[in-house]
Design a protein around this ligand. Structure first.
Ligand code: 9MR
Length: 392
């Protein structure tokens, strides 16, 4: 009982909530956050205060960094408020669907012989109009493949398909792309191979060299774009993430040793607000090892799932903000980290609503802006991380 009371008092202090109303609301939510212990308080000792009115884009730029977000055309073209806020906050734009082989309503690869750049070009124009950089996501991935892929692509013609796809798409956007996620999510240690490579159609048809080939082709058709290997599951101190970090590092070493034109690692950084196994030292070591290979590092898809966090949005927002702060303060300390992208910008539009919904039915709150495009504490946490980051 006494422990519980102390816990509540600490929670109220930690949250920095002055009003009785807010504390009352917290007390009601008690049962839901009783599993969050001392680490949570340690996570968020500060008040997330920020100085000045600068946007995230400006704060990042002041340190030689880039901030941006991913969004699909569907939302960007239909929501003017979203478009305005995105242009205000972001220095770089990632089309969330439009440059995959097939995602959304206007797929890039409607048939084996055709390319439809309508949606991708719309995104490129939006970026140009608002003086934003543009990212290409993604050329080689085992997901979001068109339905015709399975019955059409095989061992005999796979190389031809890969070459034609990369040549056509990369050439189309050459000169406009800041960076390309050339290969996405090629490591899956659970697939049981000694090299950690994921068992994908590309691996099955072309062997391990498909990765080398993809990077060489991308470099040939756009020598100026930064070429990125992008993956998730690299952030936490769990045996699975540890194994994945090891396998990714091995892959990067192998590519570099063969002279493959790869320039950066993309760390997706889909974080979990409920995960306590975060070890700054191990993460720093990993980042340093990647940097030692002569590679840059980009945080490409950050968000924080609040699926298992308390329902109370005041509590929840603070816990989510603490994860942004904790993670970004560690990664931005590594000089090789050049950019931070969030996967979405407003809670109104996030893949997590569908993929990681809350069991209590409350709307998820994983991003810097709320569903009405107002900055949340997560925004402050990102702004503070940029303000405190060493200059590049
Ligand atoms: O957020 C994206 C979602 O809307 C799409 O349905 C899905 C399949 O194309 O891809 C999601 O984005 C993923 C990204 O492309 C790669 N890393 C994981 C992202 C979240 O699943």
């Amino acid at each position: 009982m006494l422990k519980n009371m102390l816990m509540n008092r600490r929670y109220a202090l930690w949250l920095g909530l002055g009003t009785l109303g807010a504390i009352g609301a917290l007390a009601k939510g008690k049962a839901m956050y009783s599993s969050h212990k001392t680490q949570d308080f340690e996570l968020a000792k500060n008040n997330f205060s920020i100085a000045g009115k600068a946007s995230l884009k400006q704060r990042a730029a002041a340190k030689g960094l880039i901030y941006g977000a991913a969004i699909p055309r569907l939302y960007l073209s239909s929501d003017q408020k979203l478009a305005a806020r995105l242009a205000q906050e972001c220095g770089i734009l990632t089309p969330e669907w439009e440059l995959k082989w097939s995602a959304g309503h206007k797929p890039l690869r409607p048939s084996p012989d055709t390319f439809d750049f309508t949606a991708g070009d719309w995104m490129a124009k939006f970026a140009r109009t608002h003086r934003m950089l543009l990212r290409g996501h993604t050329l080689v991935w085992h997901e979001s493949l068109p339905t015709w892929f399975k019955e059409t692509v095989n061992r005999q013609n796979a190389e031809q398909f890969l070459v034609k796809h990369i040549q056509t798409v990369v050439t189309h956007y050459a000169g406009q792309m800041h960076s390309w996620d050339v290969v996405n999510e090629a490591i899956e240690v659970k697939d049981g191979r000694s090299d950690g490579l994921r068992k994908t159609p590309w691996l099955e048809f072309l062997g391990t060299d498909y990765i080398d080939l993809a990077f060489r082709l991308a470099a040939e058709f756009d020598p100026k774009a930064l070429l990125v290997y992008n993956d998730y599951g690299l952030e936490y101190d769990t045996s699975h993430h540890e194994a994945k970090r090891k396998a990714v590092l091995k892959l990067l070493e192998r590519l570099k040793s063969r002279g493959v034109p790869i320039h950066a690692l993309g760390m997706q950084s889909h974080m979990d607000g409920n995960e306590k196994r975060f070890n700054p030292k191990k993460l720093q070591n990993f980042l340093a090892n990647v940097a030692d290979l002569g590679l840059k590092i980009m945080i490409t898809e950050m968000d924080v799932t609040d699926k298992k966090l308390p329902r109370n949005p005041v509590v929840r927002d603070r816990m989510v903000a603490a994860v942004y702060q904790n993670y970004l303060s560690v990664v931005l300390n590594e000089p090789a980290v050049t950019a931070v992208m969030t996967w979405g910008i407003s809670d109104r539009y996030t893949w997590l609503s569908k993929f990681q919904p809350r069991s209590d039915g409350a709307a998820v709150r994983p991003l810097p802006l709320d569903s009405n495009f107002r900055p949340k504490l997560a925004w402050n946490a990102i702004a503070r991380a940029f303000d405190k980051a060493p200059r590049r």
